[in-house]
Design a protein around this ligand. Structure first.
Ligand code: NAP
Ligand code: MG
Length: 402
């Protein structure tokens, strides 16, 4: 069989710990035998990030802007313990944060559905994708504790020194205040990423905030989304038969629970933080959550939503058997290969991504799965296999499909 040829390379961002082990297995067993894989390789493993003073992370993000599609392995975000463990020069920042800032992107997270792993909401038969705005609000807020009576005001001073003031509260006793912000630029990028992703995946888009109470702040989000939709996306949405709806956040929560899924839910920063954890739990497993960072000008970085699975890695290093779920990492690769195939007009690559995903689903639905899934699967045939056995079973199913 001839290997599938590629035109443009993918940006390949290698990572850390158990996911780095899985990364190599996926390439060796599931990709290289079938594809003449072209990648521009960046080693985002912590030792090399430290060696390059994190320059490699910046280079990989710039490569994504240049080439358009990246696939990323999970990486360690260092804390004090990691600085010691890896003898780091510095406590380097989160690679995901660095890449997100350079690409100015929005993160979309969606679950992978399989028979036997039932969501806690039984009528959620289609995935729900969360789009979380990743800038500002309480994550960049300034707070104050007030010890006694006094007057709190919002003050804005423009470039010419002209001041605008608004009363926050006349305190009669102790209390708290918080000042937060967002920028039109960031909200616009968020909106573009959401509309483009909806068009790309042909799904309805819901955006929810609380503009009835927050008449300037949340209302600004609503207006910017409405303006961009009317001017640039309405016709395309109508052609594709998809819809854009703005709804109050409390309404949307009720609708989501009653729905059967199959849409994108755009959330402000805090709402997205809370709701994505709620959805991941309700859909069953972190090992089955995919994640893609989309820039406003349509560049894509695919990854798994989970981390480097440190506990499993320590077992692996000691030669103990592991049963780590590789599904979300495999889907990061299939997402990137499919997108690359679409952009370069290589149907074989798009088909291959579909076949590899089908091989994964066939494997799990035949009862062969890793421990995290075996413990929640309703299938009678469900049994736990090792990290290696799971990938070998997918390989066997993939060969049947090729
Ligand atoms: P984690 O890697 O997400 O794992 C937490 C726990 O969830 C695991 O111990 C395991 O539970 C379960 N789990 C997660 N993924 C699994 C999989 N694929 N298969 C089976 N079980 C899975 O989080 P962590 O161990 O707290 O963090 C490790 C490192 O990951 C940290 O250094 C953090 O900075 C980094 N991180 C990176 C990213 C990213 O690059 N996107 C995201 C989050 C965290 P059991 O132990 O019970 O089996
Ligand atoms: Mg959270």
């Amino acid at each position: 069989m001839d290997k599938i040829q590629m035109k443009t390379p993918l940006v390949e961002m290698d990572g850390d710990e158990m996911t780095r082990v899985i990364w190599k297995m996926i390439k060796d067993e599931l990709l290289l035998p079938f594809i003449d894989l072209k990648t521009e390789y960046y080693d985002l493993g912590l030792p090399y990030r430290d060696e390059t003073n994190d320059q490699v992370t910046i280079d990989s993000a710039n490569a994504t802007k240049r080439l358009g599609v990246a696939v990323k392995c999970a990486t360690i975000t260092p804390n004090a313990a990691r600085v010691k463990e890896y003898n780091l020069k510095e406590m380097w920042k989160s690679p995901n944060g660095t890449i997100r800032a350079i690409m100015d992107g929005t993160v979309f997270r969606a679950p992978i559905l399989v028979k036997g792993i039932e969501p806690h909401i039984p009528h959620w038969t289609k995935p729900i994708t969360i789009a979380r705005h990743a800038y500002g609000d309480i994550y960049k807020a300034t707070e104050m504790k007030i010890d006694g009576p006094g007057r709190a005001e919002l003050v804005f001073t423009d470039e010419n020194g002209y001041e605008v003031r608004e009363l926050i509260h006349e305190f009669k006793g102790p209390g708290i205040i918080q000042g937060m912000h967002n920028t039109d630029g960031s909200i616009r990028s968020f909106a573009y990423s959401c509309f483009n992703f909806a068009v790309d995946t042909k799904q309805d888009l819901w955006f929810a905030a609380k503009d009835t109470i927050s008449k300037k702040y949340d209302h600004r989000f609503k207006d910017i989304f409405a303006e961009i939709y009317e001017e640039e996306f309405k016709t395309r949405f109508e052609e594709l038969g998809i819809t854009y709806n703005y709804t109050l956040i409390d309404d949307v929560v009720a609708r989501v629970i009653r729905s059967d899924g199959g849409f994108i839910w755009a959330c402000k920063n805090y709402d997205g933080d809370v709701m994505s954890d709620m959805l991941a739990t309700a859909f069953g497993s972190l090992g089955m959550m995919t994640s893609v960072l989309v820039s406003p000008d349509g560049k894509y970085e695919y990854e798994a939503a989970h981390g480097t699975v440190q506990r499993h890695y320590y077992n692996y290093r000691e030669g103990k058997p592991t049963s780590t779920n590789s599904v979300a990492t495999i889907y990061a690769w299939t997402g990137a290969l499919r997108k690359r195939g679409e952009l370069d007009g290589i149907t074989e690559l798009v088909d291959f991504a579909g076949k590899l995903e089908k091989a994964v689903i066939d494997t799990i639905e035949s009862g062969v799965m890793t421990g995290d899934l075996a413990s929640i699967s309703k299938l009678e045939s469900a049994h736990k296999v090792s990290t290696e056995e799971f990938i070998a079973a997918i390989r066997a199913n993939l060969e049947k499909l090729m």
